[in-house]
Each structure stands twice: as structure tokens, then as C-alpha cells.
Design a protein around this ligand. Structure first.
Ligand code: PGA
Length: 258
């Protein structure tokens, strides 16, 4: 079995002003330097510049939480890829369930964004996951499969190497209801299976699959102990310096054990 990197990503959502961003990143920085996981911190647009500045010459990658699918034009209130690139952003979360739910992002829109981003060598965290009703109706895999297939339509094997898939059951996000580690591991394995079917064994084996949804320092080790889970996408717990550093520290213990 091939050894994949562990990738821990923080999703700050709509939290922290630029001043607070600087304070929080500086508080985390020393703690985060020691560990082997790849670390991506995704902050609000207006915080990106200060976050990039604070993390220059560090192991931390700064990411955005969204991006428009067009390169420029009459799209009031939107942010383009060039704007992100110019300030040193190299990663973007795409298709988070909150964007799907509150901003009507469809799989087709997500596909347009992914096409633009992969053409520009950006790293992507593509979020997929089922709602509570879909889970209860045993539709998890069919929902995720459709999300992945549509999102990756027209994306070739080389391009897909820049994409991480984050499995985030909607019912587990911000709810304190984490998926059972075995269940999360099984679904992450099935995501790898979908990628094997869409591409090939090499793509499936290299793919980083994260779990996200109420991860904290209490449950992270059990989740990351699952072979199929290569990292976490962390919301609430990434807003506290000590807690986030602790999560990265615990992730390292798993890496050392392997
Ligand atoms: P949570 O959020 O860790 O607060 O559940 C995860 C996410 O939405 O990415």
C-alpha cells in the first residue's frame, strides 16, 4: 500500500478580522512548525493577505474558501483566481456544503470552478457529503458519487492530482456529531473506489481523502487511524490556537506509528 501525506486543513469560515487573523496565526505558528503533516489554513478573503504575510517561510499554506469560475468581469461582489494568485494563495476550498446550501452552488458550478483552478495549477479541496435525510435513506454513496462525477467532469488524470477530496457529512458539520471512525473510513474508501472507476488505480491510490465534521483533539486520532482517511478538514476546532496545534500534534503521532 502506498504511503500518502497527511493533510490537515483549517476552515475558518466567516470568522476573524484581519487583525484577529494575524494574532491567531502568530499564536499557532511556532507550535505548527514542528510537525510532519501538510497544513492548509483557509481564511476569509479579506484576511488572506495578512495570513500569507504571517506564514512566509513557514510550512503553512494559506487557502481561500471559494473563488469565481470566470477570470474577470461583471460579477459584483466576487473574487477572481488572479486576485488570489497575486497575493500568494495557492489552495482553495470548493463546494463546501455551506456554499451549496446557502449560496445555491450546484455540482455544475463547482465543476466550472474546478476547471478554471486546475488549469491554473491551483490546489483544491473539493467537499462532498450527504445530508441527514440522505444518510437516513441510505443514499450516501449515490449522492457522493454524483457530486464527484459532476464536479470532475472534463478533468483529466494529470489535473486531478491537484485535488483533495474532503468527505464532510452535512449532519456532522458544526453539530458535534462526528461520524463513527469506521463509517467515515469506509466512505472515504468508497470515494477512492469512485476515483478508481473514473480514472485508474494510480489516481485512486494517490488521492488524499480527508474527513471533516466536528473533528477535535478528542476524536482526531481515532479518525486518522483509519487507513482510508488521510487528513482532516477542521472548522470550529481550528479557531482555537491550542486546540488546532494539538490536533496537528496528534496527527503526527499517527504518522509516526505507520
Ligand atoms: P466543523 O466544520 O469542524 O466545525 O464541523 C468542518 C467544516 O465545515 O469544514
Amino acid at each position: 500500500m502506498m504511503k500518502r501525506d497527511t493533510v490537515i486543513a483549517a476552515n475558518w469560515k466567516m470568522n476573524k478580522t484581519p487583525k484577529e487573523t494575524k494574532e491567531l496565526i502568530l499564536k499557532m505558528l511556532d507550535g505548527l512548525r514542528k510537525y510532519k503533516s501538510k497544513i492548509i489554513i483557509c481564511v476569509p478573503y479579506v484576511d488572506l493577505s495578512v495570513a500569507v504575510e504571517c506564514t512566509l517561510n513557514s510550512n503553512i499554506i494559506i487557502g481561500a474558501q471559494n473563488c469565481h469560475w470566470e477570470t474577470s468581469g461583471a460579477f459584483t461582489g466576487e473574487i477572481s483566481l488572479d486576485m488570489l494568485k497575486e497575493i500568494g494563495v495557492s489552495s482553495v476550498i470548493i463546494g463546501h456544503s455551506e456554499r451549496r446550501r446557502y449560496f445555491n452552488e450546484t455540482d455544475e458550478i463547482i465543476n466550472k470552478k474546478i476547471r478554471l483552478l486546475v488549469n491554473n495549477n491551483m490546489n483544491i479541496i473539493l467537499c462532498v457529503g450527504e445530508t441527514l435525510d440522505e444518510m437516513k435513506n441510505h443514499e450516501t454513496i449515490s449522492v457522493i458519487s454524483k457530486q464527484i462525477k459532476t464536479a470532475l467532469c472534463g478533468i483529466n488524470k494529470e489535473e486531478v492530482s491537484n485535488i483533495i477530496i474532503a468527505y464532510e457529512p452535512v449532519w456532522a458539520i458544526g453539530s458535534g456529531m462526528t461520524a463513527l471512525p469506521e463509517d467515515a473510513g469506509k466512505i472515504c474508501g468508497q470515494i477512492r473506489g469512485i476515483m478508481r472507476e473514473l480514472y485508474d488505480e494510480e489516481v485512486a491510490e494517490k488521492l488524499i481523502v480527508q474527513y471533516g465534521g466536528s473533528i477535535n483533539s478528542e476524536n482526531v486520532m481515532e479518525l486518522l487511524s483509519q487507513n482510508e482517511i488521510d487528513g482532516g478538514l477542521i472548522g470550529g476546532a481550528s479557531l482555537k490556537a491550542d486546540e488546532f496545534v494539538r490536533i496537528v500534534e496528534l496527527a503526527d503521532k499517527i504518522i509516526d506509528r505507520e
